[in-house]
Design a protein around this ligand. Structure first.
Ligand code: SF4
Length: 254
């Protein structure tokens, strides 16, 4: 497996205290992405001008070796009802490695979630499904054109995959990033609500936009398309939440 980083004591990547493994590589290119260092399938060097620090992200690991590191947090998982979240990048581009790691974690009693953008063949879900407890599933837009032209993904594939997981009774949290100028206007929200309601979604998590990835873009020598985008105000978040609440139970993440 090729991974970018491991984050201990994550909150916001599922229930309880979790350890998040960021897999390296993503086929999509969301212009607001706050993990640009996870996108290539090669190691990435970050030079932070403010601190003079240089970090390299991206390394190959064997699932068995990674298991030992992850199990060091096992007591926290047990006490908090947490576990391990496999994220990225797009973890399901490495579905076989993820399945092997999830299987090892399950054998050791660890709860496993997959955090995915969902724009890939359903066979990737089938590979990991026997070993995972659920999914954090991003739904970024209700527009096929936006998925294709802005992100580089397939709305049809994303919606079909989500629908199949729900129909099979899987634990799925549908997460909608709130991206100014992309999916936060009333018409875009309507489109998303219609699509999700049609496949039986009853609850959504809203993830407000932030610019925490800005420093990483600068450290990689890249321009960040959202560097000047303002985070949503409380009034905007409240209005967006109210629109989603007409259809779903809504949780607004911090
Ligand atoms: S799917 Fe996630 S990791 Fe991939 S580009 Fe979009 S935000 Fe970044």
């Amino acid at each position: 497996m090729f991974i970018s980083d491991i984050q201990h004591f994550s909150v916001g990547d599922g229930d309880g205290i979790r350890t998040t493994v960021f897999f390296q590589g993503c086929a999509l290119r969301c212009p607001w992405c706050h993990n640009p260092e996870t996108l290539p399938r090669t190691p990435v060097t970050l030079h932070f001008a403010a601190t003079g620090k240089t970090e390299t992200r991206g390394r190959e690991v064997e699932p068995q070796n990674l298991l030992q590191e992850l199990l060091e947090d096992a007591d926290f998982f047990k006490q908090s009802g947490g576990g391990v979240t496999l994220s990225g990048g797009e973890v399901l581009l490495q579905a076989q490695g993820a399945a092997e790691l999830a299987n090892l974690l399950h054998q050791n009693g660890v709860h496993v979630l997959i955090d995915t953008a969902g724009s890939l063949p359903f066979s990737a879900f089938e590979a990991v499904d026997p070993y995972v407890d659920g999914y954090l599933f991003d739904y970024k837009s209700g527009s096929a054109e936006k998925y294709r032209d802005v992100i580089g993904g397939s709305l049809t594939l994303v919606t079909e995959n989500l629908s199949r997981l729900l129909a099979a009774g899987k634990y799925v949290r549908v997460r909608i990033p709130q991206i100014p100028g992309f999916n936060t206007d009333a018409a875009s929200i309507d489109e998303i609500c219609r699509n999700l309601a049609a496949i039986g979604v009853t609850a959504v998590d809203l993830l407000p936009f932030h610019r925490l990835g800005s420093a990483k873009y600068a450290a990689m020598g890249l321009d960040y398309a959202y560097k000047d985008a303002e985070p949503l105000s409380k009034a905007q978040i409240d209005a967006i939440t109210a629109q989603y609440e007409k259809h779903f139970t809504v949780t607004v993440e911090k």
